[in-house]
Design a binder for this molecule. Structure first.
Ligand code: AMP
Ligand code: MG
Length: 422
């Protein structure tokens, strides 16, 4: 394993620029652009395999030994050489001693003899086949069973699971508990992994109460996006960093972005990302010369502001919590996965019957707040109002309606994307 720290590639200032003349960007084109532009930005480190759950592999893991390392018995029974047995009742003398897991038999078993053998025991020389103890009679000196037995029955070949030198897990894989078992079994005690991506979250808006305990007037609302996005990022196994709340004031936002750029790999902001009078985030990002406002043909969602702040990518999401959540799932999730070394990630989706009606016009993709009913059909929230946070909470996923027109009636197949599959 190489110990020299890798230098993350720097993004170019104009990396988010859309080609001239592009007005509305289709969701798939926006995703393809992000996929092209972004690459892993975090350093790599070596960790004990046992401590690496949730980490992303920075190199392929090659088996240091085979699993199993030697041919062994898959059952408790009696082992012998297959060639010395045949059809009908077999009566074989037993050698003294036995073979057990971790206690190899020292001698060789002569052809025509058998040995008591237990699960996991290495097959002693002279043994290639095992008969299950339930199929045997024995008096301690002899063993009898019905032939024929298939050659190599009830045995495991050396390396039949994974052979030494094979790639067990590929670079970019996210380590889960079964992977820890696999790597450990293959003698891989340490892994070379990416440091978890640090993702900062900033909310903007004069109307926001940043303290959920505070009492406020009717012109104030609680900052719902920041805890939502922070917990979403945590649920993706990334390091979520709270960059707080800034009023709609360029100096205040600038200070938060400066603070964020010094300690995180990527910043998500919500609010003020459009091109209106109070859209201070986009105005400020424009001053860097790196801002690109992608007008994505998507509902819910408005322009996605993309920029670099001191070299750190900034995703400016709409303030609306429904739009912010959908944009985070659809755009941030695969992008953050790529930045963190785990590669581009497609959400899990499956086709189910619709349990709703909707005549959708062509032109933009729509994500509806949805969940499956007891028949496995997708029902959608009663309102498409973009301010309805309760619908986000009611839902268990999104129904994705295509860019084109579609007339959905009950029973029509639609694409359902569970929240957990992002
Ligand atoms: P904006 O994108 O700043 O124009 O905000 C769009 C809508 O989302 C407005 O109704 C805002 O009050 C609301 N909003 C913005 N930020 C948040 C937030 N952090 N939590 C809840 N609602 C917000
Ligand atoms: Mg605002």
């Amino acid at each position: 394993m190489s110990e020299t720290p890798l230098v993350p590639p720097r993004l170019k200032n104009d990396c988010f620029a859309m080609p001239q003349g592009v007005d509305w960007v289709k969701v798939d084109e926006a995703l393809a652009r992000l996929r092209d532009i972004l690459s892993p930005v975090t350093e790599v480190e070596t960790l004990p395999t046992a401590d690496a759950r949730g980490r992303v592999l920075a190199e392929d893991c090659v088996a240091r030994r085979s699993n199993p390392p030697a041919a062994n018995s898959a059952v408790d029974g009696y082992g012998f050489a297959h060639a010395a047995t045949g059809d009908g009742v077999q009566n074989l003398p037993l050698v003294d001693g036995r073979a057990a897991a971790g206690q190899a038999y020292a001698g060789e078993v002569p052809a025509g003899s058998a040995i008591r053998i237990l699960t996991g025991a290495i097959l002693p020389p002279g043994v290639d086949t095992v008969v299950l103890e339930e199929d045997c009679a024995t008096d301690g000196n002899r063993v009898a069973f019905d032939g024929p037995i298939k050659p190599n029955a009830n045995t495991r070949k050396a390396g039949e699971d994974v052979a030494k030198g094979e790639v067990a897990l590929e670079k970019g894989h996210v380590i889960r508990p079964p992977d820890i078992a696999l790597l450990t079994a293959l003698g891989i005690a340490e892994v070379y992994v990416y440091r978890p991506l640090r993702v900062g979250v900033l909310s903007t808006g004069d109307e926001l109460l940043s303290d959920p305990m505070a009492e406020g007037g009717a012109d104030k609302i609680y900052d719902a996006n920041r805890p939502m996005l922070l917990s979403l990022i945590e649920s993706w196994g990334l390091d979520a960093v709270d960059l707080g709340h800034a009023l709609d004031d360029e100096a205040a936002i600038r200070q938060r972005l400066d603070d964020g750029a010094a300690k995180v790999d990527v910043i998500l902001t919500s609010g003020g990302a459009s091109a209106g009078d109070e859209d201070h985030v986009s105005r400020l990002l424009k001053s860097t010369g790196s801002l690109s406002s992608w007008r994505i043909a998507l509902k819910p969602g408005r322009p996605l502001a993309l920029a670099l702040w001191q070299g750190v990518p900034v995703f400016g999401f709409p303030g609306n919590p429904v739009a912010a959540f959908v944009c985070a799932l659809v755009f941030a999730r695969p992008a953050l996965s790529l930045l963190g070394g785990a590669g581009w990630r497609e959400p899990t989706s499956f086709v189910v019957a619709a349990a709703f009606s909707k005549n959708k016009k062509p032109g933009r993709r729509e994500y509806l707040r949805a969940r499956l009913n007891k028949d496995g059909a997708a029902e959608v929230f009663r309102s498409e109002g973009s301010g309805r946070i309760s619908g986000l909470s009611w839902a268990e996923g999104l129904v994705e309606l295509p860019d084109e027109a579609i007339n959905v009636t009950p029973g029509v197949p639609v694409k359902f994307l569970p929240y957990s599959g992002f």
